[in-house]
Design a protein around this ligand. Structure first.
Ligand code: SF4
Length: 327
């Protein structure tokens, strides 16, 4: 039954949703299932979205927390967030057939951190302790990596030589918060070297600029994504910091109607791991509550694609295309 209210605009931010790293990682699981048949093991959620994970489970993927949970020798994918060397070594000891879906932009941060460490720098990683990407990046460096989460953490950083300090960052941070942390680090260690906010990937930056634009014209912002998604959580914070009520919504079934009732302009965006179908379902669900028109902001065009590994580009041995509907 529709509420009796005036028609409201739903405004979609652009760009939003899947980034090139997520497209590649999801496609890698699908291709592995097609080529080798189920089960295919995946360490950690391939990307931080429950809808993606549930769909891949139905197709035959088995998600595990650690490689020790995988049968010896089995085909195993590492998630887009990357893994530490310890995980790579543990997979080697179990003789796992590994396909690495680490996003190339996360790999780039690994290489930066490794290079700084090899040149004798103390490495600071700006990021969220406990996040899979941060655990992977710090575990790719031989020396100890100091994790800094906030500006106030900077005062407690202890290094061996203040003239040889470097920093790198997680790829999915807020550009604004990270800029403040980098400024605090530069003040404390004037000789520090690092990429400023350039480690924050193109997809994260574009979605953050788009949500700011949305926040200027919407009276509530809904960010579609799972709570485990770092980049989706940052979009909620950025919209809120622009003075607009904002909520993380992990699908139409998680919408509180009180968030949208009585609004004239509902802004919707989504994190880099959220399938478009989940956003479409949410828009359709809001349309069952009261009449809406749907507009899209023009936004920035993205044209980034990452190649699949060669072994997943071979013709399929177990092609069952009908079992793999488009997202
Ligand atoms: Fe790669 Fe950025 Fe997507 Fe993460 S959010 S998978 S770093 S493109």
């Amino acid at each position: 039954m529709q509420d009796d209210v005036a028609q409201c605009r739903v405004i979609l931010a652009r760009p939003q949703g899947f980034c090139a790293g997520v497209v590649r990682a999801v496609e890698m699981v699908e291709r592995a299932l097609q080529m080798y048949g189920p089960p295919v093991y995946v360490r950690h959620e391939i990307v931080h979205n429950r809808h993606v994970v549930e769909r891949l489970k139905k197709l035959g993927a088995i998600f595990v927390d650690e490689v020790d949970d995988v049968p010896v020798g089995a085909l195993t994918l590492f998630s887009a967030h990357g893994v530490s060397r310890k995980v790579e070594e543990a997979a080697g000891r179990r003789n796992l057939d590994v396909v690495d879906a680490t996003c190339p932009l996360v790999r780039r941060v690994h290489r930066e951190a490794q290079n700084y460490a090899a040149r004798g720098y103390d490495v600071i990683l700006i990021g969220h302790n406990g996040h899979a990407e941060v655990e992977g990046t710090r575990g790719q460096v031989d020396s100890y990596v100091i994790v800094v989460e906030t500006v106030s953490d900077v005062a407690n950083v202890s290094v061996n030589d203040e003239s040889k300090v470097a920093f790198v960052t997680q790829t999915t941070l807020s550009v604004f918060d990270t800029g403040e942390i980098v400024a605090a680090l530069r003040k404390r260690f004037p000789a520090i070297v690092g990429p400023d906010t350039r480690d924050i990937c193109y997809a994260t930056q574009n979605r953050q600029m788009a949500v700011l634009e949305l926040a200027r014209i919407a009276d509530v912002v809904l960010v579609v994504g799972s709570p485990s998604s770092s980049n989706a959580s940052r979009l909620v914070e950025i919209a809120a910091s622009a003075g607009v009520e904002s909520h993380l919504v992990d699908g139409a079934d998680r919408l509180d109607p009180a968030w949208v009732r009585g609004r004239t302009a509902i802004g919707i965006t989504s994190g880099a791991s959220t399938p478009e179908s989940v956003v479409n379902d949410l828009v359709a669900h809001i349309g069952t509550l009261f009449p809406v028109t749907v507009d899209e902001l023009p936004g920035k065009k993205e044209n980034v694609h990452f190649r699949l590994p060669d072994r997943l580009l071979q013709p399929s041995r177990h092609l069952e295309a009908a079992a793999f509907p488009a997202e």
